[in-house]
Ligand binder design. Structure first.
Ligand code: FAD
Length: 567
């Protein structure tokens, strides 16, 4: 039985931000740790994410005079999540999240700044703040990674300026809302990138030396692991848990074609993402229609191996029918979909179903947007997935939509030829556009007329778009009376198909307030912990603010490490 090829106190499965936080925290508690990652690069979805973390009552906000407290955050979170999640887990989140980030800031290379203007997503709930709970990674200098640079999963082009230049969420907000000084800022960012050609030549890479967002988070965690000499085994596929006498005491992995048994004296932390890349599991659990191809997560990465291994030991699950939904666009040649986060709030584009009818506030949080897509798809008899984002040439000139940079930077003549009639459709009139995309023309025209009226009065009488500070976060601050609404009057008109995408799955192994996996009876499985999207979300069916997935992943990684150290 003791045929282990290696022994550690803790084995962490996966190398997303939650897993790496758990590894670093466990090492700081004096435990020996191994991190195993099946891909040939580390970072998972976390590395191509925005890296935002939703941490109520954090010290950064307080330092600039912000007003928040655990109780105010409780009012908000409880109002959002309701009874769907055990209160002990929710309370633990609110207590431990600020502690986790303060510890990271003091003891590791991770650096954040407060996104003081990024509002909580549910502005009509009590306790909601207009900013200060979402944190945004600082730029990180990739040269600190040395040889580990090439093993870092690259950031998403959709998250970068011109698809390649790093910018923080605060930069992106300034540019998208066209706030004062945005042009100069962009020129500065572009110059900084251009002038750093020597580093790119030296590393043989197009990457910006200063990385941002989730890439900065993962890189800074990786360097923190290197500081502690925590081994990271890439191309090491977790297969099974080893249980002895009712306790998880190791894992079976495949590495270089060899099956290895690795002992985990204190326990195993499953941080290997959800099951969004596994079509069979999607079909089993998620609403229809759904497709792996609509997910904005790395191809082939998160296939639910940890979920299935724990289920074999009798682990309970929850929220399995939920994704971290985000509408997405498909771009030929890219191996994952592009999530559409900000663009839906820009003035002058609407989203309609096959009847040419709107069904949601386009600027709504991404989870609610796709949830509304599914509900309307049932009502419309399957005519809402895909939906169509429709805009006119004025919008096209001024704003980005997915891979289409504003025409003032990238006119249609410079767009890839193969995108026409796939990524986007174009016609001189709404009638002709409707005919091309198979949408009811009368419906579309009357919707556009109605929204044009709302744009003039500033009041969306159907869905209240632009009606709160969250909607307006990405609105155009120069447009009045409503920064999220503008008339669509100037052909040619454009349409792009939008899918019911996700940025990960939300359901998974049921855990307690120590991140221990519970079995159906409610008892913890000794030695087994789950975090991030491997676990059922502490946020229940909601997405309370930017960073609502990574904040809990990292916090419960930190919590699991603390509990493991006490074993
Ligand atoms: P991941 O980060 O995906 O890590 C899981 C890792 O486990 C992967 O590297 C995978 O290869 C590995 N793995 C899987 N199976 C195995 C196996 N069998 N053996 C070994 N390793 C395995 N969330 C936020 O909170 N804030 C944001 O700003 C934000 N922005 C986003 C932007 C985009 C474009 C996208 C796509 C997502 C964004 N998200 C954001 C969502 C967030 O990135 C994910 O929910 C989060 O990264 C999930 O973390 P995780 O640790 O569970 O999984």
């Amino acid at each position: 039985k003791n045929d282990f090829s290696a022994e550690f106190d803790v084995v962490v499965v996966g190398s997303g931000a939650g897993a790496m936080t758990a590894a670093v925290a466990a090492a700081d508690k004096g435990l020996s740790v191994l991190v195993v990652e099946k891909a040939d690069q580390y970072g998972g979805t976390s590395a191509l994410s925005g890296g935002g973390i939703w941490i109520p009552n954090n010290h950064y906000f307080k330092a600039i005079g912000g007003n928040d407290s655990e109780e105010l955050a409780w009012t908000y979170l409880k109002a959002a999540v309701g009874d769907r999640v055990d209160e002990k887990r929710l309370r633990t989140y609110l207590k431990k999240a600020p502690e986790m980030i303060a510890w990271l800031e003091q003891h590791t290379r991770v650096r954040y700044a407060v996104a003081e203007k990024y509002p909580d997503y549910y502005q009509d709930l009590p306790g909601a703040l207009a900013g200060g709970r979402s944190l945004d990674p600082e730029l990180f200098d990739l040269s600190q990674l040395g040889d580990e640079l090439h093993a870092l999963r690259e950031g998403a082009p959709g998250n970068m300026l011109m698809g390649r230049i790093a910018w923080t969420a605060r930069h992106a907000h300034k540019a998208m809302s066209k706030s004062r000084g945005w042009r100069l800022m962009i020129i500065g960012l572009m110059l900084r990138y251009k002038l750093d050609f020597a580093w790119r030549r030296k590393t043989g890479s197009r990457r910006d030396r200063r990385t941002a967002l989730g890439n900065a988070l993962v890189a800074s965690l990786r360097v923190s692991m290197m500081d502690r000499k925590i081994p990271l085994w890439l191309k090491t596929d977790f297969r099974e848990l080893i249980e002895e006498a009712g306790r998880v005491c190791g894992v079976v992995v495949e590495r270089d074609g060899q099956v290895l048994r690795i002992a985990a004296r204190k326990g195993v932390v499953l941080g290997s993402g959800g099951f969004e890349q596994n079509q069979a599991l999607r079909d089993k659990y998620l609403p229809q229609p759904n497709k792996v191809a609509w997910s904005a997560t790395p191809a082939g990465a998160n296939t639910g191996a940890a979920l299935e291994a724990a289920q074999k030991l009798g682990a309970a699950t929850d929220l399995m029918e939920w994704g971290w939904w985000a509408p997405s666009l498909l771009v030929p040649g890219e191996d994952r979909a592009r999530g559409v986060f900000a663009e839906r709030a820009f003035p002058g584009a609407i989203v309609v179903n096959g009847e040419g009818r709107r069904f949601v506030n386009e600027a709504a949080p991404y989870l609610e947007f796709v949830d509304a897509m599914y509900r309307d798809n049932t009502l419309s008899g399957g005519k809402t997935i895909p939906s169509w984002v429709v805009f006119d040439s004025k919008f096209r000139f001024n704003y980005a939509m997915g891979p289409l940079m504003p025409a003032q930077i990238m006119p249609d003549s410079r767009l890839r030829k193969e995108w026409l009639n796939k990524v986007y459709f174009k016609a001189d009139s709404l009638d002709a556009l409707a005919a091309q995309i198979g949408v009811d023309a009368a419906g579309l025209k009357s919707t556009v007329e109605r929204v044009n009226g709302f744009a003039r009065t500033g009041k969306d009488e159907d869905f209240a778009r632009g009606g709160n500070v969250f909607d307006r976060y990405y609105g155009d601050s120069n447009i009045s009376p409503n920064p999220c609404l503008a008339p669509m009057e100037k052909g040619p008109y454009y349409a792009m198909p939008m899918y019911a995408g996700d940025i990960g799955t939300k359901g998974g192994l049921l855990t307690d307030e120590h991140a221990r996996v519970l079995c159906e009876s409610g008892e913890p499985i000794a030695g087994l912990y789950a975090i991030g999207n491997t676990s059922a979300s502490v946020m229940g069916t909601t997405y309370p603010g930017a960073g609502g997935t990574l904040g809990p992943a990292m916090t419960f990684g930190y919590v699991a490490a603390g509990h493991l150290a006490e074993q």
